[in-house]
Design a protein around this ligand. Sequence first.
Ligand code: HEC
Ligand code: HEC
Length: 209
Amino acid sequence: MSRKKIEYLSSFTLGALLAVSGIQGAFAADAQELVKPCADCHGKDGASTEPEVPIIGGFSAPYTTDSMIAYQGKERPCPESEYLSGDKKGQKTTMCDIAKELSENDIEKIAAWFAAKPFVRATQESDPALAAKGEKIHEDNCKKCHADGGSLASDDSGILAGQWMPYLRQAFKEFSAGDRPMVKKMKPKYEKLEAADIEALVHYYGSFK
Ligand code: HEC
Ligand code: HEC
């Protein structure tokens, strides 16, 4: 038998074995368990309906993974937040405490799970004149890494288009205060913006329906 044929056969056998033994099913159930508490704040499939809590369904796996690792190391600020539903409703926690409980393997599973969900844009009001101003600022400074209004998960830079405006204001506040690190090439672009420019950007991203 040729080497190729042996490889083909063995991978086929492995696939069949996995299917029979239910390992693939176990993986799915596991991810399902891991993401359950996330829904208490981030909503079903990460489509948050709460303006202070970011929509995370549809983020690329690398972006979610990097964010969770940053929270584990407290490299990102961890504002206190409250469970909005579920068994722990009303209890306070932070993303850093949540991330601390997860292994690298857990994070990979969680990130893959959210990457397979759609990013459901927030329903919110934005000011058209400010949004137009924000679009220009975005085109001049930000589109290189946040293409199409920051709507592409594949940029691995989060998704800005249609994200909740109150969350975006909070993220900008963290960048401006120097509490949340920025990638090297975002920093010079960001630092030349004034407060009014940032508010215009928030309206631009909020204008995506
Ligand atoms: C108690 C509420 C709560 C729970 C539970 C929770 N989160 Fe969060 N999460 C938040 C809030 C609030 C923020 C925004 C924090 C900030 O401003 O940095 C956030 C931020 C994030 C971010 C960063 C989003 C971005 O745009 O950069 C990711 C990723 C994330 N959460 C993933 C998860 C995952 C995965 C789980 C479940 C394992 C989870 N969260 C559970 C409240 C929660
Ligand atoms: C050189 C590439 C680059 C440029 C230019 C850039 N960014 Fe970013 N941006 C990133 C990356 C990568 C991330 C995600 C990593 C992180 O958390 O820092 C990010 C994260 C963000 C976030 C946080 C998203 C979230 O979900 O929390 C916001 C908001 C943002 N950028 C806005 C901007 C704005 C506004 C500009 C233009 C003034 C800009 N960026 C320019 C690469 C860039």
